[in-house]
Design a protein around this ligand. Structure first.
Ligand code: ADE
Ligand code: ZN
Length: 326
């Protein structure tokens, strides 16, 4: 449709994207073959059929299993370039790729593989597609904070290439405060923080992430609406929420997109952005997420322009680049 064409042309910024969550089944099979990894699936169709999730943990099991085919820096490069090629088709102008070094380290993959592979892909995306990007190194909240601290120290050769540290994985019973020291250490190095909060976990985790981690953005944050004082704080501080509508439906954070809190978040005057989270698992990239919101909420061009502006203002981006895109 005309709206879809317009949404594709809109130069969008994607702030919440797990690069491991962009691994399409076909590439998963190709990399499994290349690296001698046995997958518990017969075919690409069987992989797709398995993507029927009850909640965040049921997704994470398959997500960590899927990324097990990533071994070398070339594998990470191929993964990211396949994503950048699709992002270009979606009209994405800027991407902040998050990755989970601990999930690779436990498999014996050194930090150098994701860092060098992803950074090379970011440079290639700039020259091939004119897409700007930034790297977010995320920590797994369901693992020991001491391990996160160790990874932060081991990442020293790449500190200048890290736009921010993040916090993801299973949220329930894993409050953000445990990572206060890690985020403080990163901040002391000049690296800001972002954190998943209020996706499956309670609104209290959003407040805790702001107060104990001093994060400048909240990933998801949709459950903030359960706490009116928190909503006021988020509004007053204009904290960006990187919301992922199709993800929330797939992980049953909301029963249907029509019932998604996005319109309520916007009505509350919050700084909302639209993102795809793990597009290979959740049935759509940036363009699909935008089109779905247009269909579910009747949002118009001005609504999408406002949210794109929110994303560009919240991005870890050189001012000259922001001026070009705004
Ligand atoms: N890791 C990858 N996707 C995630 C999500 N939606 N929530 C938490 N951790 C994740
Ligand atoms: Zn996420």
């Amino acid at each position: 449709t005309e709206m879809t064409a317009w949404l594709r042309e809109l130069p969008k910024a994607e702030l919440h994207l797990h690069i491991e969550g962009t691994l399409e089944p076909a590439l998963m099979f190709a990399l499994a073959e290349r690296n001698g990894v046995t997958l518990p699936y017969e075919s690409v169709e069987a992989v797709r059929a398995a993507y029927d999730f009850d909640d965040l943990p049921s997704f994470l099991t398959l997500y960590y299993q899927g990324m097990g085919v990533l071994h070398t820096r070339e594998n990470f490069f191929d993964l990211a370039m396949a994503y950048f090629d699709r992002a270009r088709e979606d009209g994405v102008a800027h991407v902040e790729l998050s990755f989970d070094p601990q999930a690779h380290r436990v498999r014996g993959v050194p930090l150098e593989a994701p860092f060098e592979g992803l950074l090379a892909a970011c440079r290639e995306a700039e020259s091939r597609h004119g897409i700007s990007s930034a790297l977010i190194m995320s920590f797994l909240r369901d693992r020991d904070p001491a391990e996160a601290m160790e990874v932060l120290e081991q990442a020293a050769p790449w500190h200048a290439s890290i736009a921010a540290v993040g916090l993801d994985s299973a949220e329930r019973d894993h409050p953000p405060g445990r990572f206060a020291e890690v985020f403080a250490r990163a901040r002391a190095m000049g690296i800001p923080g972002v954190a998943h909060a209020g996706e499956e976990g309670p609104a209290a985790y959003i407040r805790e992430a702001l107060e104990t981690l001093d994060v400048c953005r909240i990933d998801h944050g949709v459950r903030c609406l359960e706490d009116a004082d928190l909503v006021a704080t988020l509004r007053e501080r204009r904290i960006p929420l990187t919301v992922c509508p199709l993800s929330n439906v797939k992980l049953k954070v909301t029963p249907t997109l029509a019932e998604h809190p996005l319109p309520a978040l916007r009505d509350a005057g919050l700084n909302v952005t639209l993102n795809s989270d793990d597009p290979a698992y959740f049935g759509g990239g940036m363009l699909d997420n935008h089109v779905a919101c247009h269909e579910a909420f009747g949002w118009t061009r001005n609504d999408f322009l406002a949210m794109t502006r929110n994303a560009l203002e919240a991005a870890f981006m050189a001012e000259e680049r922001r001026d070009v895109l705004l």
